[in-house]
Design a protein around this ligand. Structure first.
Ligand SMILES: NC(=O)CC[C@H](N)C(=O)O
Length: 309
């Protein structure tokens, strides 16, 4: 098998030189300010060895990658009852689409599109004050990444709140069907803030380790979730993690993965590695362009696709 250090170095060198970088998300004004000429990668293998390249220590807005962790938390709180509030089928629609919600009576297709993630956030919020629910999510991220310095970028959260008209529409629409229990403002406040958690590639790869190792973080020995639950979260990442680009991501990369409009992707090579990549420029489906290219190279070179070499 090729040497991981040299593969990561080659990928970082190639990504630094490429001119096709995609376009930064500009519907959240604060994200439009991010320099697109950045690329970072962190790979943590089964033994806990960390291999990094490029801008792996620069924090970015994790955005929708947070949805993997809110799903994990909500399943821990209410178990399979969660599936009454949200489905688990790929949507085939953009992440902020509203059309499907009408046909499906306010129940979002899956927990990774915006509507689904807002419904999941509402489940976490029930029975708590918004500040407590948000604290719970942030502490979970810090615990998983073993890093208490992880914080929320308040400027990004405020920027999205000011311009989040579509998410407000989605939440109100779901509320009309009784799918949202709490005041819409509260649920959205928590949602915008967990999307605005800032992390580096290294921290994000660390936080994803339990998904690569049957629910257990091998560095700490903590069983975060059961093996069965980890397998199922990975299945949803594979089928829904890149919205209407999920098929293309499975075809090219072949790993469970979750993207965010901040330009990061968390990818899981079961039994082998947890991987975070970040490059702010997005493709038409809102997924990191060079992040996907880098993961395609990595899985090809290492033979890590879940579908074989
Ligand atoms: N795809 C994403 O990362 C979207 C998350 C973003 N906070 C939004 O709601 O629009």
């Amino acid at each position: 098998m090729p040497d991981l250090d040299s593969v990561v170095r080659e990928i970082s060198d190639e990504m630094a030189l490429r001119s096709d970088r995609g376009a930064v998300a500009d519907y959240i004004p604060e994200l439009a300010l991010v320099d697109p000429n950045q690329f970072g990668i962190a790979v943590i293998d089964a033994d806990g060895a960390v291999t990094v390249g490029g801008d792996s220590e620069i924090p970015f807005s994790i955005q929708s990658v947070s949805k993997v962790f809110t799903l994990t938390l909500a399943l821990g709180m209410v178990g399979d009852r969660l599936w009454k509030r949200v489905g688990r089928e790929p949507s085939g629609n953009p992440f902020n689409s509203i059309v499907q919600l009408e046909r499906e009576r306010g129940v979002p297709r899956n927990p990774f599109i915006n509507a689904g993630a807002i419904a999941v956030t509402d489940v976490i919020l029930s029975g708590h004050a918004p500040r407590e629910a948000l604290g719970e999510i942030l502490r979970f991220m810090q615990f998983l990444a073993q890093d208490p310095t992880i914080t929320i970028d308040e400027q990004v959260a405020a920027s999205e709140k000011r311009t989040g008209f579509r998410n407000t529409a989605l939440a109100n629409y779901m509320k009309s069907f009784g799918v949202i229990e709490n005041p819409v403002d509260y649920t959205l406040g928590v949602y915008f803030h967990h999307c605005a958690i800032a992390m580096t590639c290294r921290q994000l790869a660390m936080a994803g380790r339990f998904l690569a190792h049957n629910g257990r973080n091998p560095s700490t020995g903590h069983n975060v979730v059961s093996a069965e639950r980890a397998r199922r979260i990975n299945a949803i990442m594979l089928t829904c993690g890149h919205y209407d680009g999920s098929g293309e991501f499975a075809y090219r990369v072949g790993l469970p993965g979750k993207s965010g409009v901040g330009g990061s992707i968390l990818a899981v090579a079961p039994g082998k590695a947890s991987i975070a990549v970040w490059s702010p420029g997005l493709d038409a489906a809102g997924n990191s362009h060079l992040g996907r290219v880098a993961l395609e190279r990595l899985t090809q070179r290492m033979g890590w696709s879940v579908f074989g070499v």
